[in-house]
Write a protein that binds this ligand. Structure first.
Ligand SMILES: [Zn+2]
Ligand SMILES: [Zn+2]
Length: 338
């Protein structure tokens, strides 16, 4: 079978490898049908993901059809449409005991630390495959994973109906946060330097668009919130500057959610945090969000396939990566079909 491998940074190829087989009695063999390309796949391609061990089969936004199940698997059957939950964890460390296995001490992400799903067949334990209704397309199923990222960020931010939420950055992660914040009934502000991304955010339901290159963010938000500022700020950009601004723009008793992986320190006066009694939280991947997101997709409440702007066949993966590299602003989500 064929697999999309990053041999070493900058070297993407389609390799012929052995088709995987069931090893454990809890394993499930899935014929992969669709996989989303994510910013983090791009980082692996560029050698800028510090966790990656090369060579690596990439892909963590994966869906397909069950072809074979181990003898101890009872809740999945041949023909089921499934989405991959791409993390494995120890189940014993402090984070795992707290139900926060996304930050397990021994966390491994498929497509980063272990081989991922951009290949024709994939085997993983049944607990990593979540079943969707047969009416849901494979590409929608593949995009449940990015939805869980927004579900995690809005849950870490404690977003509730009536809250004001400010999402910094209208790329794929920002969009996912937007979709979930709207679903929870918040009034959502979103900023970006790119107007076409903002226009799309409007279509998805953003209430207030802020083009950060043209307008003064602080001024717009002060005016629109009658001086209250923002209850939950989600920093999906992650620069030293956006993080500092997030703390400044948060309201009293507000929450700041950091999604970035920036190592550059941010100058933040403790006064802001104390005086407003802010909650500042990180949000990484997701914990226990697949079931809820799948239910919303099954019910038609969320339609993740609307995020797709480009589709490519597996054989054209290099073209897909090149397109994403050349015009990232014009791309929301690329899905590969297998
Ligand atoms: Zn992703
Ligand atoms: Zn653990």
């Amino acid at each position: 079978m064929q697999a999309i491998t990053v041999k070493e940074p900058g070297d993407l190829l389609i390799e012929t490898v052995n088709k995987p087989e069931l090893i454990e009695k809890t394993d499930v063999l899935v014929k992969v049908k669709a996989a989303g390309i994510c910013g983090s796949d791009m980082h692996i391609y560029h050698g800028s993901n510090p966790f990656t061990v090369y060579p690596r089969v990439i892909g963590h936004e994966v869906a397909g059809v069950v072809e074979e199940v181990g003898e101890d698997v009872h809740d999945l059957a041949i023909g089921d449409t499934v989405a991959l939950e791409p993390i494995s964890y120890c189940g014993e460390c402090y984070a795992c005991r707290k139900g926060r296995q996304n930050v397990c001490e021994k966390l491994e992400v498929f497509g980063v630390h272990q081989d991922g799903g951009m290949r024709e067949w994939m085997v993983a334990p049944a607990s990593k495959w979540h079943k969707l209704n047969p009416t849901i397309s494979y590409e929608a199923a593949a995009l449940v994973e990015p939805l869980t990222i927004g579900a995690q960020a809005t849950s870490r931010g404690g977003v509730e109906a009536g809250d004001t939420v400010f999402i910094m950055g209208a790329g794929p992660t920002g969009l996912s946060c937007l979709i979930l914040a709207k679903q929870k009934g918040a009034k959502v502000f979103i900023s970006d330097f790119n107007q076409s991304r903002l226009d799309y955010a409007k279509e998805v339901g953003a209430d207030v668009l802020i083009n950060a290159g043209m307008a003064d963010v602080h001024e717009v938000i002060t005016k629109e919130t009658n001086g209250e500022l923002i209850n939950v700020v989600i920093d999906a950009v992650g620069t030293a500057e956006t993080f500092a601004q997030a703390v400044t723009i948060a309201s009293v008793a507000g929450t700041v959610v950091a999604l970035g992986f920036n190592e550059k320190p941010s100058p933040i006066a403790s006064l802001f945090i104390t005086k407003k009694e802010l909650t500042i939280v990180g949000s990484r991947l997701q914990a226990n969000k697949f079931k809820d997101m799948i239910q919303l997709v099954n019910e038609g409440v969320l339609k993740p396939e609307e995020m797709i702007s480009h589709r490519y066949e597996m054989a054209d993966v290099q073209e897909a990566f090149d397109t994403l590299e050349k015009e990232p602003d014009n791309i929301r989500k690329i899905v590969l079909t297998f």
